[in-house]
Design a protein around this ligand. Structure first.
Ligand SMILES: Cc1ncc(COP(=O)(O)OP(=O)(O)O)c(N)n1
Ligand SMILES: Cc1nc(C(=O)O)sc1CCOP(=O)(O)O
Ligand SMILES: [Mg+2]
Length: 280
């Protein structure tokens, strides 16, 4: 596992962190050890280079994961994320409220090395200060988190802002907001990963797709290999998953399988209908 330790100094080797109009946080990290497994085979990245906003346009598969402190008998966090990236994940979010800020920043520093190596995007959940400190490309907020204008003011213009919605008016508002770079629609199915949140169902996905949003959007909640085609047929072009990768016995194979299924379903759907043409 990569060892990244907080030392309060700027990492001269890394790209400068995204700066907000109000630079509340000036903490930076220095990577203390090689970031990749020297025995691992290099994986050619199919992902395009370009700005984070350009890469978001091409993103299809987004992984949220907790810190895997108990490992559940499987891979630790960095091995899991490395496997998921090899399998074709485009965006990785660390979502774990049990972490204190120092722990979260240490893990984010290591995750940033990994996502950078793979041309993927790193996302921080909820906290603008942590996103800034980690130099993450993406801050994701929900309906009960920082309001979008406040989040934008804190993280600055370069950062990508993601927003959770339950579809309907929330999705329409997110799509109309120029500060929202992407939004999510869910939970498509009820999920133990988000207890207490009622499923919005595939109808909500269909309704959002029918509105032909211009902002990139993802379906989330209970998405897996078995139902990803249905989700695409309902109009989604991108998906977020948690358990489908984090609880898989082979997370790399799981991510690759999802990616392949998504790509095939998208190609078939595009062949069946032109309604998807021009959709974000
Ligand atoms: C990519 C992505 N989509 C949705 C969520 C959920 O956000 P939120 O509703 O704020 O709930 P928490 O994750 O904060 O519990 C997300 N985090 N990421
Ligand atoms: C983190 C999260 N947000 C949701 C939303 O609807 O906003 S659903 C969800 C959990 C998705 O987990 P899984 O893929 O394991 O079902
Ligand atoms: Mg949140």
């Amino acid at each position: 596992m990569t060892q990244s330790r907080f030392d309060g100094r700027r990492n001269a080797l890394s790209a400068p962190p995204v700066q907000g109009s109000r630079a509340l946080v000036t903490l930076h990290f220095r990577t203390m050890a090689p970031t990749s497994d020297p025995t691992a085979q290099p994986t050619p990245s199919p992902r395009p280079s370009g700005s984070p906003r350009e890469r978001l346009q091409d993103a299809r598969l987004y992984l949220c994961t907790d810190a895997r402190r108990d490992r559940r008998g499987g891979l630790d966090l960095l091995d899991l994320v490395r496997a998921a990236l090899r399998g074709g994940v485009d965006i990785v979010q660390l979502r774990d409220r049990s972490l204190d800020v120092v722990e979260e920043l240490e893990l984010l520093a290591a995750l940033r090395d990994l996502t950078d190596e793979h041309g993927a995007l790193l996302a921080v959940n909820d906290r603008a200060d942590v996103a800034l400190a980690a130099g993450a490309a993406v801050l994701h907020t929900g309906q009960r988190d920082l309001p979008v204008p406040v989040a934008r003011d804190l993280v600055g213009e370069k950062a990508l802002l993601g927003r959770s919605t339950g579809g309907g008016a929330q999705a329409a508002a997110a799509d109309a907001d120029p500060d929202v770079d992407y939004f999510c629609v869910g939970p498509v199915r009820s999920t133990p990963t988000k207890p207490g949140r009622a499923a919005v169902g595939l109808d909500a996905v269909r309704q959002v797709a029918a509105g032909q949003p211009t902002t990139p959007w993802f379906a989330i909640g209970g998405v897996d290999l078995q139902n990803v085609r249905q989700v695409v047929e309902a109009g989604a072009r991108r998906v977020v998953v948690v358990r489908a990768v984090t609880e898989a016995p082979d997370p790399e194979a799981a991510a690759r399988g999802l990616r392949t299924a998504l790509t095939r379903a998208l190609a078939d759907d595009a062949g069946r209908t032109s309604a998807g043409a021009g959709q974000a």
